[in-house]
Design a protein around this ligand. Structure first.
Ligand SMILES: Nc1ncnc2c1ncn2[C@@H]1O[C@H](COP(=O)(O)OP(=O)(O)OP(=O)(O)O)[C@@H](O)[C@H]1O
Ligand SMILES: [Mg+2]
Length: 381
């Protein structure tokens, strides 16, 4: 067994040609809408954005304001200010290559004006964007993990969010001052924003889904080149096995590869050990469903319907669950929708706001769900 080494210095970046081309043509056009990137958890939205700005947007031409809201708790106006603005000379944000997160840098006086609410944050932002344009650069605002704003939104701060989106509409569609790119895996939140704030006509949605099979096969056949992994080579059977269990979820596969390094022998991965590791992983997926649905007949019935629909079509819509209302498993449509919302929030399900369709959050969840239902049946029998 070789020593555990860090995976790689450069994170892998497989394919995404279509997505990169789409973003490139979007940025080359005059700003005219807000672009929403959405997709299942860990599908690669953030990575795509980083790669796009690193590879395609020279800093000499673009001024990128990049807000990653993941770790921030945005609960009120003050926390919003802290997330979007900082003092010009502040050293808070380290501008390393990977985390080149730039916010609006303002003078102390302007910041004070914002804090005391004498100044309007959106007017301040507009002025900053004008300055950037005057310098001959193109500004781009990126908000990653938009769902962090849901806290503000649902805590009665609707105005702030609405103002923000009105501002984005004005900057894109109306004055063409700035491109705005937003990413989120929370399909519900995107849909609510969409319905609430007249964004339909002023924004565009683009899905970043898990990678297709040929990309996963290519990647796993080229681990040294793409991920700097030299400890083992996978056989085509093993690659197929990964695909069967994880689909295009590159993040889950990456985690598993890390474990493969520790069991590799003479540049190969012994099949029984590999299966043991994967099976442990699937047991975990099963246990999520167990915690959620065991001893709860309504939830188990819902999971059964979901599994049947997903096995048939890969996805489902609310109509497909109509039988649960007729059988009075759920009192009414609202109760059923609430349960689905919970499953989305807990990352069991992924909701696609464009198609109003649900999927399980990856292939491993589908397998875990099948195992859970099998166990319920076995206990009954
Ligand atoms: N095209 C790709 N090639 C190789 N690895 C990738 C690719 N896209 C994503 N990854 C890897 O998958 C992991 C998850 O990606 P990322 O964080 O970009 O997903 P996300 O969609 O932003 O997730 P979230 O829904 O949590 O915001 C990262 O570790 C990243 O390195
Ligand atoms: Mg992300």
């Amino acid at each position: 067994m070789s020593e555990l080494q860090p995976f790689t210095n450069i994170p892998p970046f497989i394919n995404r040609d279509v997505e990169m081309r789409f973003l490139q043509s979007w940025i080359e056009e005059k700003p005219k809408n807000i672009l929403f990137l959405y997709g299942p958890k860990s599908s690669g939205k953030t990575t795509l954005i980083y790669q796009f700005i690193e590879r395609n947007l020279p800093r000499t031409e673009y001024d990128i304001k990049h807000f990653n809201l993941r770790k921030l708790l945005l609960i009120n106006y003050e926390s919003f200010l802290r997330a979007f603005f900082e003092r010009k000379d502040s050293q808070q944000v380290k501008e390393t290559r990977q985390y080149d997160l730039k916010v609006f840098k303002l003078s102390v006086e302007t910041l004070k004006g914002l804090e005391s609410r004498e100044l309007d944050p959106f007017i301040v932002m507009e002025k900053e964007l004008e300055k950037i344009n005057k310098k001959g650069k193109r500004p781009l605002i990126i908000i990653d993990e938009l769902q962090a704003l849901a806290e503000i939104y649902f805590n009665g701060g609707r105005e702030l969010i609405n103002e923000m989106f009105n501002f984005f509409v004005a900057m894109t569609k109306e004055s063409h001052l700035c491109h705005v790119l937003i990413a989120s895996s929370d399909g519900y939140f995107i849909e609510r924003l969409y319905n609430d704030s007249k964004l339909r006509k002023t924004s565009e949605l683009f899905e970043v889904d898990y990678l297709p099979k040929e990309d996963i096969v290519y990647w796993l056949n080229n681990l040294e080149k793409e991920s700097n992994i030299t400890d083992f080579i996978l056989t085509s059977e093993q690659i197929e096995y990964f695909w069967e269990h994880f689909g295009g979820s590159i993040w889950e596969i990456s985690n598993l590869l890390g474990k493969m390094i520790s069991i590799a022998q003479k540049s190969t991965v012994p099949r029984p050990e590999m299966e043991r590791i994967v099976s442990r992983y699937m047991m975990q997926a099963k246990s999520y469903f167990k915690e959620y649905g065991a001893l709860d007949p309504s939830r188990t019935a819902l999971l059964r319907e979901i599994y049947a629909a997903v096995s048939r079509n890969g996805c489902f819509d609310e109509l497909a669950l109509g039988g649960l209302l007729n059988n009075e498993v759920y009192a009414d449509k609202k109760a059923l929708q609430e349960e689905l919302r919970y499953l989305v929030q807990q990352n069991f399900l992924y909701y696609n706001p464009t198609l109003a369709e649900y999927k399980l959050q990856g292939r491993s969840m589908e397998i875990g769900l099948g195992m859970f239902l099998h166990e319920v049946d076995a206990v009954r029998a």
